[in-house]
Design a protein around this ligand. Structure first.
Ligand code: SF4
Length: 46
């Protein structure tokens, strides 16, 4: 599990190691936790 998937309070992030992860926008509450921990800047804040 990556930092972002651990941080997500609603388990909205899924994906295999070293592959692109996906955020389920229906589950995501836009808390920003995954954005804070992502080392790669993969997540864009709106
Ligand atoms: S912003 Fe969305 S996907 Fe990211 S940790 Fe929060 S609920 Fe999960």
């Amino acid at each position: 599990m990556y930092a972002c998937t651990r941080q997500c309070p609603v388990q909205a992030i899924t994906g295999e190691v070293k592959k692109t992860h996906v955020i389920d926008v229906d589950k995501c509450i836009k808390c920003g936790s995954c954005y804070e921990v992502c080392r790669f800047g993969a997540i864009l804040k709106e």
